[in-house]
Ligand binder design. Structure first.
Ligand code: FE2
Ligand code: FE2
Length: 156
């Protein structure tokens, strides 16, 4: 096992134990704003664990795995993704109007943050749909999408 894969395995275990031990902390937190902050760390840790697993599955980039899915599985996945593209679209529309209606600037800013996330989700799913639509997409293209989506771009 390459050294990095071993470290990813340990990192994943750390992230998951963080999720496990922080969950009751969040549940016991009365202040809703603090609770949401702790929950955000829990979600991020779950996301970090998923990234570790995916990188382990592609051998930390050391080999080029075959990512092609069985045809029936691919068609079903593609259908599900298309449906969720529509869900993300409606979330974007809703949030846009909520941002306009928010009386408190700080609340509006948080809603804008969510709106940015929904736009990223929509864009990711659209790009994913385009990749799945092709008979053959290269590992590099999936890797690039994974990379650009998982790494939150700096505020511009
Ligand atoms: Fe983490
Ligand atoms: Fe979303």
């Amino acid at each position: 096992m390459p050294k990095l894969v071993k470290q990813l395995k340990e990192q994943k275990a750390l992230e998951l134990s963080h999720v496990k031990s922080l969950t009751p902390v969040a549940e016991a937190t009365v202040n809703p704003l603090v609770r949401a902050l702790i929950q955000a760390i829990i979600q991020d840790s779950g996301k970090h664990a998923s990234i570790c697993q995916a990188l382990m599955d592609v051998d930390a980039g050391e080999s080029t795995p075959k990512l092609d899915l069985d045809m029936a599985v691919a068609v079903e996945l593609h259908q599900n993704i298309k449906q969720h593209i529509r869900v993300e679209s409606s979330m974007i529309t809703r949030l846009e109007s909520m941002v306009k209606e928010a009386g408190d600037d700080r609340v509006a800013e948080l809603l804008r943050y969510m709106l940015d996330d929904e736009r990223r989700h929509h864009s990711l799913l659209t790009q994913l749909s385009n990749l799945l639509d092709r008979d053959e997409a290269a590992y590099d293209e999936y890797m690039r999408l994974f990379q650009t989506f998982m790494v939150v771009p700096p505020e511009g």
